[in-house]
Write a protein that binds this ligand. Structure first.
Ligand SMILES: NC(=O)NCCC[C@H](N)C(=O)O
Length: 404
């Protein structure tokens, strides 16, 4: 088994999982893009070019790039994995038994490549050649029987590595819920990951990876807002404490709105003691430090947690990280530029190593500030990729980083 693991946001990146945008993006229309969490209709081939350049920038710096579709296809070579994948997709209550029985057999007849394509790009009512009955008749021709997953692009959210464990998350928005069926399948069935211990899981309270920041070894910040719920933050805290993966979890309330859907849309680490942060919220950002006071057994439910009074985020973080100051680098130049660049994922950087970070080139002012602060910016273009509202960090799931 290959050794994987991550204990910070900035340790030298070894292996990352990406998803090259594919046919699932071609499912987006002006009628469904809001529901599918895209702000526009991306030009797919240009999005692919931009994504290829992103992947190449990572490889050029020695990062191993794994693609979700390739891992999924390899996973689906196994009969057991196929059974699980098909059962998961067929569990939707939209189908009805006639259609479900037909589709179950039809999907079993597909090659691993074809099955992976149906699981990611979905299946429309008018693409099915059998199983006709009440449900087929009552649905419209372009209703999806298996929903497409255009947000697979944002591999950050559907799993997160914490030390040597992988947490399959529990996604809040219905349009994304099925993504974790695929990440769970990969991590539990793909030979590369065989035996990897997992925590959390899609059946637990909502936690999304974009809300989970490994500020330093043993210190995890968890954003609580539109996606991760208070109960999700508590469950994740319990699980990481039970497995001895952290000593402090900082629960960080963020506004429940699209612009700040995850904590990593507001701030990301670019060095062991530097964070790029949206200044319009920085003063208000608070954190509740959570620690363990008693262990009455082995399960996460047997822990007694202590929750400190809320403190300014930067103060609470520096304390938990045992450093004097967590230095803030501001997004933008003035409040309006900051608002524009935050919206365009200026805060959403992916650190390749301490003081080296991938960022969208369009966020000119934020990138200039990063450079001034001694951060090397690896600039990528994201005109089409950004239409789903996610930047380099959202589009990447680090699987291994040099441990700090
Ligand atoms: N970590 C992130 O902020 N991920 C971006 C997710 C964007 C996606 N369209 C969503 O709304 O979930």
């Amino acid at each position: 088994m290959t050794k994987h693991g991550v204990n910070s946001e900035v340790g030298r990146l070894g292996t990352v999982m990406l998803h090259r945008p594919g046919p699932e993006l071609k499912r987006l229309t002006p009628r469904n893009n809001d529901k599918l969490l895209f702000d526009g209709i991306p030009w797919v081939s240009r999005a692919q070019d931009e994504h290829d350049a992103f992947a190449q920038a990572l490889r050029d710096r020695g990062v191993e790039v794994l693609y979700l579709t390739e891992l999924l296809t390899e996973t689906l070579q196994s009969e057991q994995a196929r059974e699980l994948a098909i059962a998961g997709a067929m569990s939707s209550l939209h189908l009805g038994d006639t259609l479900r029985d037909y589709l179950t057999v039809a999907l079993h007849d597909q090659s691993p490549e074809e099955l992976a394509a149906f699981l990611t790009a979905g299946v429309r009512n008018d693409e099915v050649r059998g199983g006709f009955g009440l449900v087929t008749s009552l649905l419209t021709h372009d209703d999806f029987l298996i929903d497409p997953l255009p947000n697979l692009l944002f591999t950050r959210d559907s799993s997160v590595w914490i030390q040597d464990r992988v947490a399959v998350t529990s996604l809040t928005m219905p349009a994304r819920a099925r993504e974790t069926q695929l990440t769970e399948l990969i991590y539990t069935q793909h030979p590369r990951f065989a035996g990897t211990p997992t925590i959390h899981g899609w059946q637990h309270e909502n936690v999304e990876g974009g809300d989970v920041l490994l500020l330093a070894p043993g210190v995890i910040a968890v954003g609580v807002g539109e996606r991760t719920t208070p109960a999700g933050a508590e469950r994740l805290a319990r699980q990481v404490f039970a497995a001895d993966l952290a000593h402090t979890v900082l629960a960080v309330p963020i506004a429940q709105e699209r612009a700040t859907m995850h904590l990593d849309t507001v701030c990301t680490m670019v060095d062991v003691d530097k964070i790029v942060m949206y200044p319009n919220v920085a003063d208000k950002l608070q954190a509740y430090a959570v620690t363990v006071t008693e262990r009455n057994g082995d399960s996460d439910r047997d822990l007694v947690l202590q929750v400190a009074e809320a403190e300014p985020f930067l103060v609470a973080a520096a304390k938990a990280m045992s450093i004097d100051t967590l230095h803030q680098i501001d997004t933008g130049l003035d409040p309006v530029t900051a608002e524009r660049e935050q919206w365009d994922d200026g805060n959403n950087t992916l650190a390749l190593a301490p003081r080296v970070a991938v960022a969208y080139e369009r966020n000119v002012e934020t990138n200039a500030r990063l450079e001034e602060a001694g951060i090397e910016v690896v600039a990528i273009s994201g005109s089409e990729l950004g239409s789903g509202r996610g930047g380099p960090r959202c589009m990447s799931c680090p699987v291994s980083r040099e441990l700090l």
